[in-house]
Design a protein around this ligand. Sequence first.
Ligand SMILES: [Zn+2]
Length: 318
Amino acid sequence: MYYIGIDVGGMSIKGGLVTQNGEIVARYTVETRRYSEEYGIADDIRKVIDGVLAAGNVTIADIVGIGIGQPGSVDSERGIIRYSNNIPLERVPVVAQLKKFFDVPIYINNDANCAALGEYVFGAGKGYRDIVFVTLGTGVGSGIIIGGKLFEGRECAGAEAGHMVIIAGGEKCNCGRRGCWEAYASVSALIRQTKAAMEKDPSSLMHEEAAAEGKVSGKTAFLAAKRGDKTARQVVDTYIDYVGEGLVNLADIFRPDVILLGGAISKEGERLTVPLQKKMDAEAFGAKFNPRVAVKIASLRNDAGILGAAALVCSTSD
Ligand SMILES: [Zn+2]
């Protein structure tokens, strides 16, 4: 028996046929497009499911269930996409639409929640009871698992740690509030911090790195810092400290076994985890006496989306 995991993204909708051990044995992808009443996102997801079944040479009778990981706000109980910014969608009852074609359990959840579950079932979160997953990407997403269960809050609208304020009256966030963690710890925030430091220091190696890549990116400061550039090191250290403020807050609220970092910035590996662990060990409440909260990099990487969506099936059905 297999799971199907569907990873909906702004560029593509990827599907995978997943074994019970978390191996992806067949794949199918379509490009994301603009959806309308006539051709909705469910039509494309249906295409991906059919493509995955054909690629794996199996039928729907071989499938335990289908999981969908969707960016934006999702009502997982009712199977509805409430809204999504980067793929303009509003109130789409996607699970009901797909149920007409596939007679298996179908689940949908927010992509960060899926990623947390994926790590818990198949990845670096395996064997732990309480985990917090944080994605440092275009935004800052979070997924919280307590006692082996996803914590979603009322009507699944909770677990948005990216919008806790870490600096009152600080930078404006996309959500309308000021000083949100996301406005300091996302890739977009790091780019803003990098550009500001470059402007002040024309001799910084960050200018060279940015020219080589053709733009200022989330890597610019990290690359220049590795070459010994002092200004870049300051940017990186300050950025990591912002990340750490949020992580320690989460540790103080949930005291999980582990906090896992995913998303583009997590590729920096120990350059992140070493200082973050140090900050955690020093600043988490009662750090000397309370159990330690480990800070680690998530392990599923490129397949996190598909495996996370598949994990939705195993964790919801048992
Ligand atoms: Zn916000």
